[in-house]
Design a protein around this ligand. Structure first.
Ligand code: GSH
Length: 215
């Protein structure tokens, strides 16, 4: 498999965690988001959305959107499973995941921050405030959802699911955008449990080639 990736990409971080958990070691192709390489013709041909990640398995075509890729990996490599067996549990895990990957993260990606800055002349501090606002909105929803009795050591019971993968990416994003996690103790507890897992630790953005020691 070939994974199109960049150290800082939170969506790719999600896929890297899933691949580590399932023992899949892909060839990694670097697409530098800070140089705008996601908009180059070569990558646009892989993913017309010009966003990371993309995954090519065998002859392709490329798969795109982190949650779709994770579910594909879960179906093709069922162990360990990343979704519960029961429909209600699967819906909860998908819902928690989508708060991160569909409601919060898309509002803070480079193309949105760059559009705010270039098109509306919003200064750097205000763009940061925008990103923090949408981060916190998701954290409030996640924290409330994690108070449910379905939460265990991890977001859903005591086994790692796709929701934990998304929580890890939200936690890394909070670090990037300087969002204090103290008001979100359930989120922080699950995040800490995830970060102790080797598959998560190895996938962390700051552990990837080209990453700085800290942000
Ligand atoms: N919903 C997509 C998000 C993809 C996405 O926006 N990825 C970011 C990096 S985390 C990206 O490549 N952004 C490029 C840009 O905004 O120009 C997913 O979960 O895969």
């Amino acid at each position: 498999m070939k994974l199109f990736s960049f150290w800082r990409s939170l969506a790719t971080y999600r896929v890297r965690i899933a691949m580590n958990l399932k023992g899949i070691a892909p060839e990694v192709v670097d697409v530098n988001l800070m140089k705008g390489q996601q908009r180059d013709d070569a990558y646009r041909a892989v993913n017309p959305m010009m966003a990371l990640p993309a995954l090519v398995d065998g002859d392709g075509p490329a798969l795109f959107e982190s949650l779709a890729i994770i579910e594909y990996l879960d179906e093709t490599h069922p162990n360990p499973p990343l979704l519960p067996k029961d429909p209600r549990g699967r819906a909860r895990v998908r819902g928690l995941s989508q708060i991160v990957a569909c409601d919060s993260h898309p509002l803070i990606v480079p193309r949105v921050r760059e559009y705010l800055a270039h098109e509306f002349k919003i200064d750097e501090a205000s763009v940061a405030k925008w990103a923090q606002h949408w981060h916190r909105a998701a954290l409030v929803a996640l924290e409330t959802n994690l108070q449910d009795k379905a939460t265990g050591k991890y977001a859903h019971g005591d086994s790692i699911t796709m929701a934990d993968i998304c929580i890890a990416s939200q936690g890394a994003g909070a670090n990037f955008f300087k969002v204090d996690l103290a008001p979100f103790p359930n989120f922080k507890r699950v995040l800490d449990a995830c970060n102790q897992n080797e598959a998560f630790a190895r996938a962390h953005p700051l552990k990837q080639p080209g990453a700085p020691a800290a942000v």
